[in-house]
Design a protein around this ligand. Sequence first.
Ligand code: BGC
Length: 766
Amino acid sequence: MPARTARLLACAFAFFVFAAVHASAGPASTPPPDQIDDEKVNARVAALLKQMTLEEKIGQLSQQFVFGKPDEVEDAVARGQLGSLLFITDPAVINQLQHVAVEKTRLHIPLIFGFDVIHGFRTIFPVPIGMAASWDPLVEEKGQTIAAQEASAVGINWAFAPMLDIARDPRWGRMVEGAGEDPYLGSAMAAAQVRGFQGPYIGSPEHILACMKHFAGYGAAEGGRDYDASYIPEDQMWNVYLPPFHAAVKAGVGSAMSAYMDLNDVPATGNSWLLEDVLRKDWGFKGFVVSDADAVKNLKTHGYAKDLSGAAVLGLTAGVDMEMSQGPTAYSRGLAAAVASGKVTVQQIDEAAARILAAKIRLGLFEHPYVDEARAKQILATPEHRVASRDAAERSAVLLRNEGHLLPLKPSAYHSIAVLGPTADSQHDTLGSWTFQQDMAETVTVFNGIRSKAGSGTQVSYAPGVQIKRMIPSMFDVIFHEPPVAPWGTDQGAAEMQKAVDLAKNSDLTILVLGEAQNMSGERASRESLELPGQEQQLLEGVVATGKPVVLVLMNGRPLNITWASTHVPAILEAWYPGTQGGNAVANLLFGDVVPGGKLPFSWPRDVGQIPINYAHNTTFQPEEQARRYWDEESTPLYPFGYGLSYSTFSFSNVKVSQSSVRVGQSLEVTADVENTGDISADEVAQLYIHQQYGSTSRPVRELKGFSRVTLAAHQKTTVRFPLTPDDLRYWSTATRGWVQDPSDFDVWVGPDSRAELHASFTVTP
Ligand code: BGC
C-alpha cells in the first residue's frame, strides 16, 4: 500500500472512531449552564480570546461558500482561516470538515455550518408568504421547528431565516420570502419563526440558530428591482420596516444578516446607524451580524469604500462581525493590515470574534461538534413532517372567489376532470424557491393530488397548455446548471394550447393551475409587469370560453394580474407554492375535506400601475375622493389586505372597548363576537384595526393591531379579545423625531378583512 494511502486510511479510521464517540454522546436534554449562563459563556469566550492570535480571530470572522467541493476549503479550515461554511448539506462532508476544524487547528474551535433553511429542509412547507397567509403563528412555528429538526439532523447549525423584509411592491421577486406588507402581521410571524428555529433557548436539542434578514429596508428596492437602492423616510423605517426585526430581537434571535442595498445612500452592510445604534444600542441585540453574500466586498462597488481593505474596515467598524463570501473574504485580506495601521483596533476584532465564539458555545458545538449520519436518515424520513406540511398548505390557501358555490366540488358530480396548466404537474414548481434538499420524488403535484382524491370512477387528464419561461435564466438555474427547457416552436405551442382547450371541452370540469414557475419568484426574480406569464392569459380565456366549469388554482409568490379572471372564472383558490404535500392539500381544499381559512397578507392590485397600494396609507387631502385617485382605474385593490373567503359564512357583532377613555400609558381591551352562520365547521380570522384621528403627525387610515384565527363549529359563536397596549398606540413621529403616544380619539374596527365595518371608538387623554 503506498504510504499516502495508508496515512489517509489511518486518518479516516481515527476520524470515524472520534465521530462515532462524540455523536453517540448526543445532545443534552437540560440546558447545560456552561452553554446558557451569560457569565460562564463570557468567561469561556475570554479564555479563548486570550490564547488566539490576530489571524485566528480574523479567521472566526470569515465565512465561505462551499458548492460541492469540500477539498477547496480544507486547508483554509486547517489553518484556522475560516470560522464558518455555508451550503454544505451532506452530513458526512460536514463531519469531515468539522473534524479538520476540531482536530487540526491549534485551539480546536468548531465551525458553524449555515444554510438557507427558508421553508423546510427535506420536508418543504409553503413559501413564507403562504405561511403568513395562514395568519396562524403556531403553524409557522411548527413548520420552522420541523425545518430545524431536519436541518440539524444533517449537521446544519444555523438557518439564514427568517426573512423579515416588508414588501409593498410585488414587482420585487423576494416578496415570496417574507410575510407581505404589514408590520404587525410580519412581527407575529417573525417571532414565531425565531421560536421555531431556536426552541426555548439557543442550543436547544434539535434546533438551530436563526438569522433575521435582510437588515434592513431591502423590500423597498426602487422600482422593485432586486438589489437596487432603498430610500425610506425615517418614520416609515421605524413604523413599517423595522418592527418585524425588533420583534425577532425580542424573541431572542441569535444572529442577523445585513442587507445588500444602499439605505438612504449608506449601504446597509456599512451602516453603523442600523447595526450599532438601532440593533445593538437601542434594541440590546446580543447576537452576531453576518453580511449577506459578498456584501462587504461590494462596499467598494457601491462607491462607498475606496478598495477592498477599505471595505473590510467599513464593514467591521459598522458592526458586521462575520463576512459571508464566495472565495477568500475581504476581512482575511484586509483586517490584519488595518490593525497594523490603526484603522481598526484589536478590541473591535475581539468584540466581533467574541460574539461568534459565544454563539458556538451556546449552540454546544464545542461539546457536540459532530452529527450522527445514521440518525439523519431517520429524521429526514419522518412521516409526521409530511402531515404537518400538508396541514400548513391547507391553512395557507386563500379562497378568492366562489361564485354559485362551485366549491367544494362534489366528487360524484364529475366523471372527467381536466387538470391544466404549466405548473400543474411540476414538482419543482409546487415547492417554490429556496428548495435544494427536498425529496423531489415524493412531492405531490396538483395533478397527482386531484388524481388520487378523485378515485377510480373519475378520469383525470393533464395537459400543460402553455410553456412559461424567464427571459434570462435565474440565479439558481445558473448555479445548479439546470439544463434550459427546450422551447416549443410556434406550431407546437398552438397544438399544445388547442390540446388543453379540447381537453377542457371534453371534460366535466377543469382545474386550471396558473401563476409563475418557481424560478420566476425569489432572489433576482423581479418583474416590471404582473401579467400572467407567457400565454397563460390566452389559455385561461380559451378554457373559460368552453363554457364548462373552471376552477383557477394559483401557484405564485406575489399578486399577479387576475382582474379578468376575477369576473370570468367562478372559483379562484390561491395556493402559493404549497410544498411537498401541495397537491394533496389543494385536492383536500377543492373537494371540501378542508375548508379554506387563509387571508391575504397583502393588498392585491388590479394592475401593476397601482403599486404601492397598501391598505395602511394616510387619509390626506379630500379623503372622500379616495376612490377617484386615478381617472382610468379604480383606486381600490382587487382584493383587500386580510381578505379570504370560506365555504361557510361568518358574522361579526357586539364590538366593545373595555373603557371609552384611557390615559396615555394605559391599556384597554377590545372584544367582539364572531359567529359561524353556516352549516359546516370552518375557520375565520378576526382582525382588529385602529385609526388615530389626529396627533403629532397624520396616521394611516387603518392599522392592524390584533388578529385571531378561530375554528367554529356550524352556528357556533365565540368572543374574540384583543388587548391594546400603549405599545400598540405609540408610533415614531417625524414631528418629534422620536416615539410618541398622542392623546387622541381612536376608531376601532373588527371584522374579516381590512374593510371591516363593525366600529367602536375610544379616547386617549393626557
Ligand atoms: C441572499 C441571502 C442568502 C445568501 C446565502 C444571498 O444572495 O440574499 O438571503 O441567505 O445568499 O445563500
